[in-house]
Design a protein around this ligand. Sequence first.
Ligand SMILES: *Cc1c(COP(=O)(O)O)cnc(C)c1O
Length: 224
Amino acid sequence: MNAIAERLTQVRSQIPPQVRLIAVSKTFPAEAIRQAYHAGIRDFGESRIQEAAEKQQALADLTDICWHFIGRLQSNKAKKAIAQFDWIHTCDSLKLALRLDRLGGELGKVPKLCLQVKLRPDPNKQGWTPEQLAVDLATLDTCLHLDIQGLMTILPLGLNEREILATFQSVQALALELQQQSWQRVQMQELSMGMSNDYAIAIQAGATMVRLGRIIFGERELLI
Ligand SMILES: *Cc1c(COP(=O)(O)O)cnc(C)c1O
């Protein structure tokens, strides 16, 4: 077995079968994705449109990969994101959502989205506060070309385990609260949270999708 397949066997044993494992392949070459694919992975996360496009081209023979966009999405890249990705985890503002909705209409697509939320102040991260999301949800619910499936979060650095758990649990509580409001279109069954260093805690708090990079592919040389 190669190193990627070995690490995958190890990490899979820690993840319940109903939790979707997204292998975050940013900075790693197409060949690493191919190895993970042959070890059974079908969900891959990338955070840059251009970098992803090159790998997608090199892997065009693997037609059943589900591509997840997990990076900061600039509005001028929104169209490419819809064209190239099955999921966008990082829809972080009403303005971006409305743009994705309009472009989805133009492209005849209905991208699956997570709304990125921020439950702790973090100047380095985007996302809705619960208060702002409460204001914007009525508009989001009218977007016919968006398939909003749940929430996504990235934690600020430097939290201890108790704070990490509490923050993930607040995201879970927010999703449950929104679920009970029975919106027409907006769904809240997905929780995209947890990375290599905190995925076990995220699963404890109800994560349905974990985004794992280093624990599968090894340490990144480039920081992104
Ligand atoms: C890079 C990244 C990950 C994966 O992080 P690891 O520490 O390598 O597991 C997950 N989510 C997002 C949004 C990322 O940018």
